[in-house]
Design a protein around this ligand. Structure first.
Ligand code: 1CP
Length: 353
């Protein structure tokens, strides 16, 4: 059976390729998550990793924000750390406090030595993560061609920060490793790069229409260390995605000072956070599409505040093709769903005069 697929001319994919669109496409990072009553209802009965391993539940929580808010793209429900158990790391997620933060990751046996790095296995997605590909197929069946589906992996630096620190505990141990044992750090990034490539290839083969690399914490590094310990690996991941033919999207925060350089890594789309005006970002990186820019914190305020800032960004982004509306980082827990709806509606109604 051939499943209905969104036309490759869907406005989200067209904007990623810097082609003209009828209106701006909009989606939001973490559009599926604890701010939604429907997500909290699913999570009341299942643990986070259990959810990530159920194709049926993956499809349900991925499609919910499309049904509820009308986003122009869906993003696979999974996590940048789901493959770590297959690599040999004992991963768990703490229970998120009710109404407060998301449940954060914990790794009981973090990577601290060369021997720890050597023991890491590159996962085989077909054997170790079959529920991801099955989830992608179930999502596409649920979407029935309405919007494209974005697959994703974590970038080597960001995944390494969890693997080495043992959770969301800063970056000191990982950064110390760069200076104390650069060869060991390279060996770790090499394995995480191979793991990222096989996973994103499997997601695309299963039916994802675009691929995003989450390098959320890369802004921790200075330019010398970015060039040495990150960019060569990101270039390889971008190349692997390019070979599949789907658009590639880079995501990071705190990287405005390196925008021109990041635009040269081989990604079709580069995400920006709120620390740079959108018109400046577009001017400085004319060779790629730009995604992002709205500070997710504004969505915690009155809806009119989010709408005002969102429309100012649409205006400042300008009519040149190649802009995808998004937040600068994920939707925060406690965001009123009606604020999300107000911003999506406003962006979708926006037209250049
Ligand atoms: O709609 C979506 O975007 C959902 C899919 C998704 C994605 C793309 C989830 C679900 N996680 C991610 C990526 C992810 N995971 C990133 C990169 C994006 C970002 O910077 O936000 C990171 C850093 C993680 C690691 C992780 N997993 C965290 C962050 C911890 C920290 O250091 O701040 C958390 C809280 C998780 C668990 C998680 N992943 C996803 C959800 C909805 C949750 C919360 C689980 C729950 O409480 O139900």
């Amino acid at each position: 059976m051939r499943l209905p697929m969104p036309a490759t001319t869907h406005r989200f994919l067209e904007a990623c390729r810097r082609r003209p669109v009828d209106r701006l496409p909009v989606w939001m990072m973490r559009q599926a998550g604890r701010y939604q009553p429907s997500y909290r209802a699913v999570r009341a009965d299942v643990g986070f990793l259990e959810l990530c391993r159920s194709p049926e539940l993956i499809a349900r929580v991925t499609c919910a924000p499309i049904d509820e808010f009308g986003f122009d793209a869906a993003i696979l429900f999974s996590d940048i750390l789901v493959h770590l158990p297959a690599m040999g790391l004992d991963l768990s997620f703490e229970k998120g406090e009710k109404g407060k933060g998301d449940g954060g990751p914990r790794i009981a046996n973090p990577v601290r030595t060369r021997a720890d790095v050597a023991a890491l296995r590159v996962p085989d997605p077909a054997r170790d993560l079959p529920y991801v590909a099955a989830g992608v197929r179930a999502i596409n069946a649920g979407l029935a061609g309405r919007v494209p589906l974005i697959g994703f992996v974590g970038g080597p630096f960001t995944v390494a920060s969890y693997a080495v620190e043992g959770g969301s505990q800063g970056f000191t141990r990982l950064k110390t490793m760069l200076y104390a044992d650069p060869d060991g750090a390279h060996a770790l990034f090499e394995k995480l790069t191979q793991a990222a490539i096989v996973q994103i290839e499997a997601q695309i083969a299963a039916g994802c229409h675009a691929a995003q690399v989450f390098e959320s914490w890369l802004g921790e590094l200075d330019r010398e260390d970015l060039e040495r310990f990150s960019f060569p690996y990101l270039v390889r991941i971008a190349e692997a995605i390019r070979r599949t033919g789907v658009p590639s999207i880079f995501f990071g925060t705190g990287l405005s000072g390196h925008l021109e350089r990041i635009a040269q890594l081989g990604f079709d789309v580069v995400s920006v956070d709120w620390r740079i005006p959108i018109d400046e970002a577009r001017r400085r990186a004319p060779g790629v599409a730009i995604q992002g820019n709205l500070d997710s914190t504004v969505l915690l305020g009155p809806p009119a505040a989010g709408v005002r800032k969102a429309l100012a960004i649409c205006e400042a982004a300008g009519p040149a093709p190649g802009y995808v509306f998004n937040l600068g980082h994920g939707i925060q827990v406690g965001t009123p769903p009606e604020n999300v709806k107000a911003v999506v509606d406003a962006v979708q109604a926006f037209r250049w005069k």
